[in-house]
Structures are given as structure tokens and as C-alpha cells.
Design a protein around this ligand. Structure first.
Ligand SMILES: Nc1nc2c(c(=O)[nH]1)N[C@H]1C(S)=C(S)[C@@H](COP(=O)(O)O)O[C@H]1N2
Ligand SMILES: [Mo]
Length: 188
């Protein structure tokens, strides 16, 4: 077994390139008007413009990317804001159990709050050494190691802490609340 086979989750196949998905189309981003807003079950509501988002992007990591449709891409290089940093600034109330992500294209997804404490969990602004391209989620996309890529919300504009599980776009269509690739949490 090669090294990369050992790190392939069950039911997945390695491919060379990612397939770009934009189920609701690629949104136009007004760079000047763009704000990343953080609200919900937190003590400190937050708002960042694009310069602030870039200025906080100091975490780099490399991870494989796994799409629930069965393809995986090795070694994608990400750089962005550690999500833990946002969580610490926001100060979640004890009632917060889930984090819901709203995107400029109308897409949404959600993760249990414990996922945000994973070391490599970040709001990425760079992919493979380059600022995110429009199709890949500019200016900010979510990256959560160990979860399927439908959780990697592109074009994120709002991060909402919730006291309950609220399904996002694919979760409403039967996809799993967490989506752990090693447990094959594809559908509920
Ligand atoms: N806003 C938004 N984010 C999204 C999607 C989408 O349609 N809209 N598709 C998701 C799905 S299903 C996958 S597999 C990944 C694909 O990421 P890629 O386009 O960088 O390959 O983005 C995820 N993030
Ligand atoms: Mo996907």
C-alpha cells in the first residue's frame, strides 16, 4: 500500500483535479461592500471588511479534499483565518451548539460547534499559494479537515452561532448534519 492509499477514506477514489461546484451559480462580489458578519448565540457580534479578513489570515496547512460524490484530491494547500480565532473573539454562549454559514450565492451549510476547535479548521483566503479565484469562493471559504467538501462553504458572508441544528442547502436534501469522511457520514 502506498502512503496516499493509507490516507484515502472509505468509498473514495483519488483524482488529480478538483471539480468546481456552484449549485446556485458563481456570485458577483462587490469588494468594497463585502463584510463578513458573525452573529447569533455569542457575546460579541463581529464585522470584518476584506482588508481585515486578509490581515487575519495567518494559518497555513495542507490537507486532502474529499467530495461526497466519491472523489478525493491530495494535498490542497490552504491559508486563512483559524476559525478558532473567530470563535474566541465572538465568545459563544453556552447555548451555542452549531455554527451555520450563509453564502453570497444563497448556499448554506452547518457544522457542530466542536468542529471549529479542530486545529486546521479555517476560513481560507488562499488556495495552493494564490488568492482564491472567483469560482473557488473568493473572498472567503470554509475548510474543515475530515469533513466532506459540501461543508466547505464558498463565498461566506455570515457566520451564525445557533442553539440548535439548522440544516443548510444539502442537509435539507438529506446530507448528514456532520459529514465525517472517515465514518462515511454521507446521508442521514
Ligand atoms: N457557496 C457554495 N459553497 C459550496 C458549494 C456551492 O454550491 N455553493 N458547493 C459545495 C460542494 S458540494 C463542494 S464538493 C465543494 C467544491 O469545492 P470546489 O468548487 O472548490 O471544488 O464546494 C462546496 N461549497
Ligand atoms: Mo460536493
Amino acid at each position: 500500500m502506498t502512503l496516499s492509499e493509507g490516507r484515502l477514506p472509505p468509498g473514495q477514489k483519488w483524482v488529480d483535479k478538483i471539480t468546481e461546484y456552484a449549485v446556485l451559480g458563481v456570485p458577483k462580489v462587490d469588494i468594497g461592500a463585502y463584510r463578513l458578519r458573525v452573529r447569533g448565540e455569542i457575546l460579541n457580534p463581529l464585522e470584518f471588511d476584506l482588508d481585515q479578513v486578509k490581515g487575519m489570515s495567518d494559518l497555513e496547512m495542507v490537507d486532502d479534499l474529499h467530495c461526497v460524490e466519491g472523489w478525493s484530491v491530495r494535498g490542497v494547500r490552504w491559508k486563512g483565518i483559524p476559525l478558532r480565532k473567530i470563535v474566541d473573539l465572538a465568545g459563544p454562549k453556552v447555548s451555542a451548539t452549531h455554527v451555520f454559514f450563509r453564502c453570497l450565492d444563497g448556499y448554506s451549510t452547518t457544522i457542530p460547534i466542536d468542529e471549529t476547535r479542530k486545529g486546521g479548521c479555517l476560513l481560507a483566503t488562499f488556495m495552493n499559494g494564490r488568492e482564491l479565484e472567483a469560482e473557488l469562493g473568493f473572498p472567503v471559504r470554509l475548510v474543515v479537515p475530515g469533513l466532506y467538501a459540501w461543508k466547505y462553504a464558498k463565498w461566506v458572508s455570515e457566520i451564525i452561532f445557533m442553539d440548535h441544528y439548522e440544516p443548510g442547502y444539502w442537509e435539507r436534501r438529506g446530507y448528514h448534519p456532520r459529514g465525517d469522511v472517515w465514518k462515511e457520514e454521507r446521508r442521514e
